[in-house]
Write a protein of this length. Structure first.
Length: 291
């Protein structure tokens, strides 16, 4: 059975700034875009559980359904130019709903943070009368919550103890946000939009986007499971895949399957890259791909 959504459910670019409801719905659909994609190295899809024993596609479906109101709510907070503390409280409550829906499994913690902030930025841009474009959304995020994100990232980076990112001097999700999501805006979105414009299928375009992100993101999940060497090997595997022509190259999809099998054998899972792909799919739904 096809896992693609019926066309009628897929909004394309909006001619006027999208409502908070449309912004939030696009986030839920973008999480589905990511889940439905296969192959994805080590990640859960409708085909298999990748490197995971504690979750499958049903767990992800329960999670994204539990989160659907959250994305609308945080877009509304953005539209009201709410302070960062209100976004944070909304995100923490959403994490709790996710946990309840999945029986305590961490499916979308990163997406709650990254996509939540992006929905807030889109809500703020609407209020500011700006069109939904990647650059205007990035500017809105920085203008309204950039200082708070930087202060928060600084606070987290100076905490004692040793999460993977701090131990290895890697850029965490919080730092990505404080910098205005450089991997999303400078790598993921340009790769996805360029691939679609080149005429790649949605599947090929998303596979290439995921690998382009894996090649450069300091994914804390890879570092957590495989150590710094696991992260670096995964980045190299992604670069090799792209250098050989990516998904649309000869044997491209089979090569992506082979990387998936390698990651499963090593129990590696690029969860941060998966979230970044979902964020790029959301951007395509909100902004379209026209220049
Ligand atoms: C802000 C927090 C979410 C934490 O942020 P922090 O910066 O401290 O932590 P990170 O570890 O860097 O990232 C947190 C999650 O974000 C994803 N991620 C990883 N690396 C990056 C990156 N470089 N850039 C962007 N995003 C990144 C990732 O989430 C995905 O993977 C999760 C699944 O992982 P998995 O390994 O399978 O499962 P685990 O249970 O974790 O491990 P195992 O035991 O199985 O091995 C899944 O969640 C994906 O989404 C990182 O996990 C947080 O501290 C916070 O404050 N939350 C409150 C909400 C809030 O403040 N919101 C603000 C307004 S929205
Ligand atoms: N499809 C997926 N599989 C595993 N971890 C993820 N984190 C976000 N999406 C994921």
């Amino acid at each position: 059975m096809s896992t693609a959504l019926p066309l009628a459910l897929i909004p394309t670019a909006f001619s006027s700034p999208p409502s908070s409801h449309a912004i939030g719905c696009a986030a839920t659909l973008a999480l589905y875009d990511e889940l439905a994609l296969a192959p994805k190295p080590g990640l859960v899809s409708f085909v298999d559980n990748g490197s995971h024993d504690d979750m499958d596609a049903h767990t992800f479906m329960r999670s994204l359904i539990a989160l659907r109101h959250y994305f609308v709510q945080i877009a509304e907070l953005g539209e009201a130019h709410a302070p960062f503390k209100a976004l944070e409280a909304c995100g923490i409550a959403a994490e709790a709903r996710m946990s309840e829906a999945t029986g305590g499994v961490n499916t979308h913690r990163g997406a709650v943070f990254t996509l939540g902030l992006l929905c807030a930025a889109a809500g703020a841009a609407r209020r500011d009368g700006e069109p939904a474009r990647p650059a205007t959304l990035r500017t809105a995020l920085r203008r309204h919550w950039g200082d708070a994100l930087q202060a928060r990232s600084h606070r987290i980076s100076t905490l004692p103890g040793g999460i993977a990112a701090r131990r290895h001097g890697l850029r965490s999700a919080s730092q990505e946000a404080a910098l205005g999501f450089p991997v999303l805006f400078d790598t993921a979105v340009p790769t996805l939009f360029r691939s679609v414009r080149r005429g790649l299928s949605p599947e090929q375009a998303r596979v290439d986007t995921l690998f382009a992100v894996m090649a450069v993101l300091d994914d804390s999940n890879l570092a957590h499971r495989g150590g710094i060497q696991g992260l670096r090997n995964a980045q190299q595997a992604a670069r090799d895949f792209l250098a050989k022509g990516g998904a649309a190259g000869q044997g491209g999809m089979e090569a992506a399957h082979a990387v998936h099998r390698d990651f499963v054998a090593l129990r590696l899972s690029p969860g941060g890259a998966a979230d970044t792909l979902a964020a790029a799919c959301w951007m395509q739904r909100i902004c379209g791909v026209a220049e």
